[in-house]
Write a protein that binds this ligand. Structure first.
Ligand code: SF4
Ligand code: SF4
Length: 305
């Protein structure tokens, strides 16, 4: 099983439509897939693919989203600082007597636990929200609703991905497709870390170029193999060429372009999803991009299982 995350540092590039189209293409090519809607704030993929608002979907399966977060017993801590050194998420803070873990910053990676000479660090199960599993025409879609007051979308995205990965392994699926949040913050890191391919979506224009630069930095930060597609390429051939040149300069694989599709844009603006269209300019252009993705993954030494 391999994981593909569609990544865009800029909002509005068509990331969700691309995930839906890839799911359709993968399914048509005979693959078994699961999907992850990792945009806990938007959940557009859930609405688009379920054909209804998620809360009205009769086939929804809900379960608790929990994550084991680290906590320090200050009575045992001697403030040696080893946990702070090992934490890549800056979740450990110190005062004069002991160290403490910021629950909103800890992602539950457990790297600090074996480092503590005092055995002062323990895992504590924390409720983050509700995980949902919805049936779509292409495979199960996993998403999450945050608990009121719960702010760390990174943690809930990690829990959602873990749940989808377990399902995919248990059911021998071929791929997980992830629709991540826009931006490059903690939530985006949680959505893209450990994937087999980060598919970066850029759109023509200066803002699209700046977004691509930020997305490339994020892919590099999480050490994800990256490839690029340009969406809405028909809006400006000149700006599209600039993007293609910038990608070539960095020696990043370029997988193709997708046209601006007004009919699809209108369908995406509906308050309730209509299901993903079976054809159209955008959908018809996706097959070669899916083939390029699956070829890259077949060649990649990195695999999730
Ligand atoms: S579990 Fe991971 S993120 Fe949390 S404090 Fe320990 S090292 Fe940092
Ligand atoms: S490693 Fe253990 S003893 Fe050292 S600062 Fe962290 S919690 Fe305290």
């Amino acid at each position: 099983m391999k994981q593909i995350a569609v990544l865009s540092a800029k909002g509005g590039t068509g990331k969700t439509a691309l995930v839906a189209a890839l799911a359709q293409a993968a399914s048509r090519a005979g693959n078994n897939i699961a999907l992850v809607d990792a945009d806990a704030q938007g959940a557009e993929l859930s609405i688009l693919l379920s054909g209804e608002t998620p809360n009205q979907d009769a086939e929804e399966v809900a379960m608790e989203a929990k994550l084991a977060l680290a906590t320090i017993d200050s009575a045992l801590c001697n403030a040696c600082g080893l946990c702070r050194e090992v934490c890549r998420f800056n979740a450990v803070v110190a005062d004069a007597e002991a160290h403490h873990i910021l629950p909103w910053a800890c992602c539950g990676c457990a790297a600090c636990l074996p480092e503590c000479p005092q055995q002062a660090i323990h895992e504590q199960s924390t409720r983050l929200g509700t995980l949902r599993q919805i049936r779509t025409p292409y495979g199960p879609l996993f998403s999450a609703l945050l608990e009121p007051g719960q702010e760390n979308t990174g943690q809930v995205i990690t829990a959602t991905r873990q749940r989808a990965a377990r399902f995919a392994v248990e059911n021998c699926l071929d791929y997980i497709l992830i629709d991540g949040p826009a931006g490059t913050g903690r939530a985006a890191i949680a959505a893209y870390v450990g994937v087999d391919l980060a598919l970066l979506v850029a759109e023509p224009g200066p803002a699209g170029m700046a977004g691509l630069e930020r997305a490339l930095k994020l892919a590099s930060l999480v050490a994800a193999p990256a490839a690029v597609v340009v969406n809405k390429a028909t809006l400006s051939e000149e700006e599209t060429e600039k993007l293609v040149d910038a990608v070539a300069l960095r020696d990043i694989p370029f997988l193709g372009t997708l046209p601006f599709d007004e009919a699809l844009a209108q369908a995406m603006r509906q308050p309730q999803g209509l299901g993903f269209p079976p054809s159209g300019a955008f959908v018809d252009a996706i097959a070669p991009i899916w083939q390029a993705c699956s070829r890259r993954l077949a060649e990649s030494p990195r695999a999730s299982s």
